[in-house]
Design a protein. Structure first.
Lengths: 976, 115
């Protein structure tokens, strides 16, 4: 029969407001719905049953459900940055001017070319891809994969940035009740009576769950429960909030829709709640299961509860002539609802031999034909239900009669929503009497105290009749996993289990036949339950079919793992405000603003931004770096070194502690002097380096690398608190308390002496590797004679808030000397010219100081230091370890950083053997040639030898092994 | 995400406030240790399924390292305590025994158990 209007019923629809029409678009067509509609109910009200195409075979599909378990009616919503794919039409409220689009079809939903897959479906069984595309091997990469990739994925990702705002919030409650139906509201009242705070979350915009739809007086009962709860202190009710996942120690994640319906309100569109629950009561209800009969996927075959919801909640007739097929009493409600709405119900098909409970009796009283022991052999129709062919349920499908209809309302029983209970380790049991998995009360998820922290209430607990006085007795559900019971292959091959991924009864049977005994393997082989509904709708049907095929009880098959989120969370909600500038904190030195106004090109260093260089007009970064280096080498430059870690170590045992921390001796360092130190971890690997200054008898100042400050401070505290806790030492990380400026170059002293001050900066009074304290340019300062550039160099530390003042004073004083700010890249090149190592370039977490020729900085006298024992392990003392050398390119080209030097022969994978690699590589403007450092096997004893470095383009670069110190080997410049 | 109580500042700290530090109560092997002893100290971990002692730093709080006794299988927390102890204190041992009667400490070579 044909699908005929009117589709909006003249009366009824508790959620809609008939006074307010809502215009919207579907695939370009202008349609109208009503306030309170979902997209699905509005489309049905316009006679649009076809809402999507299945993923694999592109079969035409209508809505199956009325909630979040919907597998078919998935639409693309909105446009531009607000476009969202795969939105469930059944749960998305209709909004004014909404633009909706069908998916997985081309050129149109009605005429989809991809539907050719449907005709080919007999050759696309489970595992088809695995079996077919494996040979010939090279075809996978070049032929099959590109084609399959193009057709993969359901819906299209948006291409523009999301313009909306999202936020996160925290909440704490003694009890969180998930689910605002009759069971949840009752549990909330009991929890409130017992004391403590109660938070109730409801996924829908309406309270009450199924109760108002299914029971006379249901709405009144819900209203009374809500009124009671609203009057209580400590009870919070939150609608439109989906609890998506439960994690360790009662950590519950929920998504609240705030302005999904109107993103232009100026409030955040969604809010992610991060809740700590003392305990959780899952009152999440149950989901109806489909029945597996042939062609159960034709548009117009729907869950009985969904048909009931569309009629009762939205005043929409999915069809005019509705056949109900069931294995339980509950579906009779649908027949009664349809009948009461003036729709035809030609028959109720009940697989059970007997149906004589109160609801079947009411149906008979209403004049509806009830056919017991009967099954659907086949649904007639392609793009829409045209009728059903009936047969005996216990038979093999031989037709007994045909009934014309335009909707089939099916019910295969109900499955408790056990997701939250299962997310965090709760176990399930198979309830044979009710044919369902329900939470095992003896094996709940556990909290920090080892006690169960989740209880389950109502239908989620298998208590399908939890509405108390509103309930009437119902006869038990009869398990029906295949209809009819002895259906032959031809019928089973048309029974859909997973409607989105096109997994049929025969696919699961094939998996079992091919040895996929584990439910997790069958899931992945057939894609059962891997669609966007994650098996909510019909995984139990699939498990039952698998169990039958394996000839074992369903409990033995078990379920696949329930993983959060229950329904998809958009990435925008997870990220919330942590994006753009707020993605992570930005650390700025006290001189940051000056760098910015002087054209700094930034380099991110951890959370810091440091000037890489200061390009002038017409300069690129490379040119600027060269100019800066030459300016320092010939005159004077300044570097903002404020980001260097500065940690004070103080106390009677501070010297002893530092002797353990550094490879060299720090306890003997005289007050007023500086010493370069290396820090290793207990594995012996070099982890940080820096200059240590002894400030007083019991106080040392340890400089660390920029990235190492927090980590090294943590490392110190770890050893002090957990190993040598009786040592009298304090540490303090003063990195941000001081600004530090390096003044480097042959004219550095000239500039500093022009500033007023109390510190004698002469070579005699303040020689290399000493420090002095006093006043400089009116600012209290510590001046360290240390050098990372190889030039005469002073690093001046002043209180952070005076850093900019000193920097500007230096530039004023040195203007006529050409004082030049230089950035991190100039610093890097200059240190490489001097053969100084850089943590992170020459080290990578597997390098010991001995590899880098730093034996001079390793004390031979100390009995112990962190890493000493490890450096005696056989692998560390192996003479074939790669060691630091300089590398001189034989051409005028810079060898790429990281390039490998090859050796003779190939390894087991047919790759050339290697004998070294480049760790730092630059063009040196000072020397006018490329310079590099690298680690080479037996390197220091191979001076003058030439190594080959193959390049990705097939050419080979060559470099000669040389001393790593390219510039001022004697150190006369820095010592001057 | 675990919640552990910092024994120094008393805060019930979220896991995001904490920095994990691996197994607790490792005895450091210094320069005089044998290869086998040192290898065991550096690399061999109990990786227990069940009662476990581990190091945590209240990194985004008071900065102190502390130790936690918990069950790695059920995430039950038996207690947290200060790091300055070579072995878990008596009250922690008692709390574990109350919840896990079969469990025995492995640091005191009591009758019938080996170190």
């Amino acid at each position: 029969m044909t699908h005929t209007p009117p589709f909006r019923l003249p009366a009824g629809g508790r959620r809609i407001d008939r006074a307010w029409q809502v215009p919207f678009r579907f695939d370009g067509r202008h349609l109208r719905g009503l306030t309170g509609d979902t997209i699905a109910s509005a489309l049905l009200a316009n006679g649009q049953m076809l809402m999507g195409r299945s993923f694999k075979y592109h079969r035409p599909r209508g809505p199956m459900a009325s909630g979040s378990e919907e597998p078919n009616a998935l639409l693309g919503l909105g446009q531009g940055g607000r476009f969202e794919p795969n939105q469930r039409a059944t749960t998305t409220p209709l909004t004014h001017g909404m633009i909706t689009r069908s998916q997985n079809c081309w050129p149109s939903l009605e005429a989809d070319i991809g539907a050719i897959n449907n005709w080919l479906s007999p050759v696309f069984p489970a595992g088809f891809y695995y079996k077919t595309f494996i040979h010939p091997r090279p075809f996978w990469k070049h032929v099959f994969e590109p084609i399959i990739r193009r057709s993969a994925g359901l819906g299209r990702a948006p291409t523009d940035p999301d313009p909306d705002r999202y936020e996160q919030a925290y909440a704490f409650a003694d009890t969180v009740v998930v689910g605002g139906g009759i069971a949840g509201l009752t549990a909330a009242r009991e929890a409130a009576d017992a004391g403590g705070t109660v938070l109730v979350l409801e996924q829908d915009g309406h309270w009450g769950g199924r109760t108002p739809t299914d029971h006379d007086g249901g709405q009144a009962a819900i209203d009374a429960a809500l009124a009671d709860l609203r009057g209580r202190k400590g009870v919070t009710l939150r609608r439109n909030t989906m609890a998506t996942g439960l994690y360790d120690h009662g950590y519950l994640i929920a998504r609240e829709s705030l302005a999904d319906h109107d993103p232009n309100q100026g409030i955040p569109r969604q809010r992610l709640w991060r809740i700590r629950a003392g305990r959780v009561i899952a009152a999440t209800g149950a989901l109806e299961r489909p029945l597996s009969f042939a062609c159960n996927d034709v548009p117009g075959v729907m869950l009985a509860s969904a048909v009931r919801d569309f009629i009762a909640d939205f005043g929409v007739a999915p069809g005019r002539r509705i056949v109900v097929v069931t294995n339980n009493d509950d579906a009779y409600r649908t027949a009664l609802t349809a009948h009461a709405a003036g729709l035809e119900v030609p028959a109720i098909i009940d697989a059970r031999p007997l149906a004589d409970g109160a609801l079947p009796q009411a149906a008979r009283d209403a004049g509806i034909t009830v056919l017991t022991g009967t099954a659907i052999a086949k649904v007639k129709g392609a793009k829409h239900v045209e009728g059903v062919v009936l047969c005996s349920h216990q038979g093999d499908g031989r037709p007994t009669q045909t009934i014309d209809c335009d909707v089939v309302a099916m019910s295969g029983g109900w499955s408790p929503v056990v997701h939250l209970y299962s997310h965090c380790g709760g176990k399930l049991i198979w309830d044979e009497g009710q044919s369902m998995f329900r939470p095992d009360p003896d094996r709940p998820p556990l909290g920090a105290d080892g006690q169960g922290n989740v209880t389950v209430a109502g239908a989620a607990n298998g208590d399908l009749r939890c509405a108390g006085d509103l309930e009437h007795p119902e006869a038990p559900t009869m398990p029906v996993w295949v209809m009819p019971a002895r259906a032959p292959y031809t019928l089973r091959a048309k029974m859909w289990l997973d409607f989105q991924n096109d997994v049929k009864v025969t696919d699961v049977e094939l998996a079992a036949q091919e040895g996929y005994a584990s439910v997790e393997h069958t899931k992945r082989y057939t894609t059962l339950g891997m669609a966007t509904d994650q098996g909510k709708l019909s995984n139990i049907n699939g498990l039952a079919v698998l169990s039958n095929a394996l000839n074992q009880p369903i409990q033995a098959t078990g379920t696949t793992t329930f993983r959060p989120p229950y329904t998809p969370l958009t990435l925008a909600t997870i990220a919330a405000e942590a994006k753009d500038d707020a993605f992570q904190p930005l650390r700025k030195t006290p001189i940051h603003a000056w760098h910015e106004t002087h054209g700094a090109s930034w380099e991110p260093v951890g959370h810091w931004r440091r000037p890489y260089a200061y390009p002038r007009a017409g300069e690129d970064r490379h040119t600027a770096v060269h100019r800066e280096i030459l300016a320092v080498r010939a005159g004077v430059g300044t570097l903002d070194a404020s980001t260097l870690g500065k940690i004070i170590v103080k106390g009677p045992d501070a010297g002893r502690f530092l002797d353990m921390l550094y490879t060299n001796m720090m306890s003997t360092l005289p007050v007023g002097k500086c010493r370069y130190g290396l820090m290793c971890n207990e594995n012996g690997f070099l982890m940080d380096d820096g200059v240590v200054a002894r400030l007083s008898d019991d106080t040392w100042l340890c400089h660390t690398t920029t990235g190492g400050a927090d980590r090294i401070h943590g490392h110190m505290e770890d050893w002090l608190q957990c190993e040598w806790w009786d040592w009298k030492v304090y540490t303090a990380n003063l990195t941000e308390q001081f600004a530090q400026i390096a003044v480097a170059g042959p004219k550095a002293r000239d500039v500093l002496e022009r500033l007023s001050g109390t510190i004698d900066l002469s070579a005699e009074a303040l020689p290399f590797m000493q420090w002095a304290e006093g006043e400089l340019a009116g600012i209290p300062a510590r001046v360290f004679r240390i050098s990372f550039s190889g030039e005469l160099s002073y690093e001046i530390a002043v209180p952070a808030n005076r850093g900019l003042e000193l920097w500007e004073a230096l530039h004023l004083a040195g203007a006529d000397l050409g004082i030049t700010p230089y950035g991190t890249e100039a610093m890097h090149v200059m240190r490489a010219e001097k053969g100084f190592i850089m943590i992170g370039d020459e080290t990578d977490g597997t390098i010991i100081p001995q590899d880098l020729g730093l034996d001079w900085a390793i004390s031979k006298k100390k009995a112990d230091y962190i890493g000493k024992r490890a450096q005696r392990r056989s692998h560390m003392t192996d003479g074939t370890r790669w060691k630091l050398v300089g590398l001189e390119s034989l051409s005028d080209k810079v060898i790429p950083d990281g390039a490998y030097a090859v050796a003779e022969g190939v390894n087991g994978n047919g790759q050339r053997k290697t004998q070294g690699r480049v760790t730092s590589s630059y063009h040196s403007p000072t020397l006018g040639k490329p310079i590099a450092m690298g680690l080479v096997r037996h390197g220091p004893s191979r001076m003058g030898q030439v190594l080959d470095f193959p390049m990705p383009d097939g050419t080979v670069m060559q470099a000669r092994i040389v001393d790593p110190v390219f510039y001022d080997k004697e150190g006369s410049r820095q010592n001057g | 995400m675990l919640i552990l109580t910092c024994p120094y500042c008393g805060v019930n700290a979220e896991e995001t406030e904490l920095h994990p530090g691996g197994e607790a109560h490792l005895a450091r092997i210094g320069p005089n240790g044998t290869d086998d002893e040192f290898e065991a100290y550096l690399f061999a971990r109990k990786n227990a399924k069940g009662v476990h002692f581990e190091r945590w730093r209240h990194a985004y709080g008071c900065g102190k390292w502390f130790l936690a006794a918990r069950c790695t299988a059920t995430l039950q927390v038996f207690g947290t305590y200060r790091a300055q102890t070579p072995h878990p204190p008596a009250d922690i041992v008692e709390a574990i025994r109350k919840a896990r009667p079969d469990w025995t400490p492995d640091w005191t070579p009591a009758e019938g158990t080996a170190e």
